[in-house]
Design a binder for this molecule. Sequence first.
Ligand SMILES: [Zn+2]
Length: 137
Amino acid sequence: MAQYLKPLPTITPLNQPYWDSLRRHELRMQRCDKCARVWYPPSPLCPRCWSRQFSWTPLSGRGRVSSWVVFHQPYFKGFESEIPYNVAEVELDEGPRLMTNLVGIANHDIRAGMRVEVVYDDVTADLTLARFKPSTS
Ligand SMILES: [Zn+2]
């Protein structure tokens, strides 16, 4: 695997289950045991009812594009060879919104509201990122 030059996430005890699930090619987020709210980014309590009782629950990996931009400037050296590249916000069917990249689609074909599904991208031996591709369902 080539050297990975892009910024890496800071892994903490709070978000570690999220990154561990991606390494297993699953998308899991915290789901409140009391009110069923699913949220991201990780936090120690439910943003709706403040319960501290939650479970790391597998999600469908499906959602829709709520917003996106195309970067034409390499703010990080590791991205230089990919200019222009997209950064998208995907609203998952379970509710949370995730910053990600869309793959398998030309930047000029991206549309708000388009259906997408997760793709697991093993960028290093220890790190897998959730990216999204167009979905037919
Ligand atoms: Zn709750």
